[in-house]
Design a protein around this ligand. Structure first.
Ligand SMILES: Cc1cc2nc3c(=O)[nH]c(=O)nc-3n(C[C@H](O)[C@H](O)[C@H](O)COP(=O)(O)OP(=O)(O)OC[C@H]3O[C@@H](n4cnc5c(N)ncnc54)[C@H](O)[C@@H]3O)c2cc1C
Length: 362
C-alpha cells in the first residue's frame, strides 16, 4: 500500500508525484508511454504561479509575451541543472547583429526568412560541420562528446561581429548543455527557435520531466484501470492490483489516452463522467452522445479536446454525475484529462503539483 499512486508520467503526473513526495507521502507512478510534452515546441505556455514551478516564479527560464523568440524548454531547471536555450532578443546588447545559422540540406529551415524577420545576418554552416538527415539527427550528433565544441570552432570565423547566434531546434536531443557549450566557444549568447511536434526541444522537455522524478518514486510501466466503486487503488494489465490511499489520474487528453472516443468522448481509465468546459455533461445514451455540441469538445485551432474532460472539486477529487459529489473520496485528477482549460505546460505542472499535495494530505 502506497500513500499516493499517480497514473501517467506526463507533465501533470510528474508534478503530482513530485509534490506528493515533497509532502512526505510514499509515491508510485504507473505510466504506459510518453505524454503530449514530446510534441511541444519547447516554449512553455501558461501562467503558473505555483512555487513548485520554480523557473516560472523566478521568471528566468521563460517569458509570456515580450520579444521572446526561442527556448529549449529545459524545464524545472532547479531540479535538473540551470540551463536554458532561451535567446531573448530584447536582452541582447543594442550594438551588433544577431546571426541565424543556415544548415545545408535542410530546406524546411529557412535561415533567410528568419534573418529577414529579425533584422539578422545569415551565417552558413561550414560544409560537414553539422550532419544529419533531419534536424533531430543534427541535435543527436551535437549531443556527442566534443561535437558541439568542434562545430563551434569550425563556425567561429564566420561569427565575428555578431551579437548572438540563433539556430534551428538542434541544441541537443538528450542533453541540455549544447547551447552552453557552443556559447562558451563563440563567446556570445546562443539559442534555438521553437520546434514543431517531434522536434528536439519537445523531446528534451520530456527527458527533463522524467529526470525530475525523485529516485525513491517507483515507476511501473503499463496501463492501469481504476474502479471508483471498488477499493482504493488500481489494476494493472495482467491483473495485478495495487492499493493506495489516494489515486491521481494524470492520464492526459486524447493524445495521452486519458480521453477516448467510443460511442462518445469518454474518460478511459476510471469511467468518470466527462464534461464540456461550459459545465455541460457529455451524456452517452444508446450509443450516441447528447447534451453537448461536439464543436465544444475541440479547440478549433489545435483540434485538441480542449476544455472537455472530468470535473474536479476544490481538492482535486473527481466528481460524479451530479457535478459535486466525489466519485470516490480517494480519486483525484489533474492536467489535460480535466475539463478546466489548461494554458499549456506551466498550468499543467501547477495543477499536478496542487493535486499531488492534496492527494498526499488524505
Ligand atoms: C501537439 C501539442 C503541442 C503542444 N505544444 C505545447 C507547447 O509548445 N508548449 C506548452 O506549454 N504546451 C504545449 N502543449 C500542451 C502540453 O503539452 C500539455 O498541456 C501537457 O503536456 C499535458 O500534460 P498531461 O500530463 O496532462 O498529459 P500527457 O502529457 O498527455 O500525459 C498523460 C500520460 O498518461 C499516460 N496514460 C494515459 N492513460 C493511462 C493509463 N490508463 N495507465 C497508465 N498511463 C496512462 C499516457 O501514456 C501519458 O504518458 C501541446 C500539446 C499538444 C497536444
Amino acid at each position: 500500500m502506497v500513500d499516493v499512486l499517480v497514473i501517467g508520467a506526463g507533465a501533470a503526473g510528474v508534478a503530482a508525484a513530485r509534490a506528493a513526495h515533497e509532502a512526505g507521502a510514499s509515491v508510485c507512478v504507473v505510466a504506459d508511454g510518453g505524454g503530449a510534452a514530446a510534441l511541444g515546441s519547447g516554449v512553455v505556455w501558461g501562467v503558473a504561479r505555483d512555487p513548485f514551478v520554480r523557473w516560472a516564479a523566478e521568471g528566468r527560464a521563460w517569458r509570456v509575451g515580450g520579444r521572446y523568440v526561442t527556448t529549449a524548454g529545459w524545464l524545472l531547471e532547479g531540479a535538473v541543472g540551470a540551463l536554458s536555450s532561451l535567446l531573448d532578443l530584447s536582452s541582447l546588447p543594442a550594438h551588433g547583429t544577431p546571426g541565424v545559422l543556415a544548415i545545408p540540406g535542410h530546406p524546411a529551415w529557412s535561415a533567410t526568412l528568419v534573418a529577414q524577420s529579425l533584422g539578422a545576418r545569415v551565417v552558413e554552416a561550414p560544409t560537414g560541420s553539422v550532419e544529419g538527415a533531419t534536424l533531430r539527427e543534427v541535435a543527436a550528433r551535437l549531443d556527442l562528446d566534443g561535437a558541439a565544441e568542434a562545430f563551434a570552432h569550425a563556425l567561429a570565423p564566420r561569427c565575428e561581429g555578431l551579437s548572438a547566434l540563433l539556430l534551428p531546434p538542434v541544441l541537443g536531443l538528450a542533453r541540455g548543455d549544447v547551447a552552453e557549450r557552443i556559447a562558451a566557444v563563440l563567446r556570445m549568447p546562443v539559442g534555438e527557435t521553437a520546434g514543431v511536434p517531434g522536434d528536439a526541444p519537445g523531446v528534451r522537455v520530456t527527458k527533463a520531466l522524467r529526470a525530475s522524478l525523485p529516485p525513491s518514486v517507483e515507476v511501473l510501466r503499463g496501463r492501469a484501470t481504476v474502479r471508483p466503486e471498488g477499493p482504493s487503488g488500481v489494476r494493472l494489465e495482467g491483473g495485478r492490483e495495487l492499493r493506495a490511499r489516494s489515486v491521481v489520474l494524470c492520464t492526459g487528453g486524447l493524445l495521452g489516452g486519458g480521453l477516448a472516443f467510443g460511442a462518445s468522448l469518454h474518460e478511459a481509465t476510471a469511467g468518470a463522467p466527462v464534461w464540456t468546459r461550459d459545465r455541460r455533461r457529455v451524456l452517452v445514451d444508446g450509443g450516441s452522445a447528447r447534451g453537448a455540441d461536439p464543436a465544444e469538445w475541440f479547440d478549433e485551432h489545435t483540434g485538441r479536446a480542449r476544455g472537455a474532460g472530468v470535473r474536479v472539486d476544490a481538492r482535486g477529487r473527481v466528481v460524479g454525475a451530479d457535478g459535486t459529489t466525489p466519485l470516490a473520496p480517494w480519486l483525484h485528477a489533474a492536467g489535460e484529462v480535466c475539463c478546466a482549460p489548461h494554458e499549456g505546460l506551466a498550468d499543467t505542472l501547477a495543477d499536478g503539483a496542487r493535486t499531488g499535495r492534496s492527494a498526499a494530505e488524505r
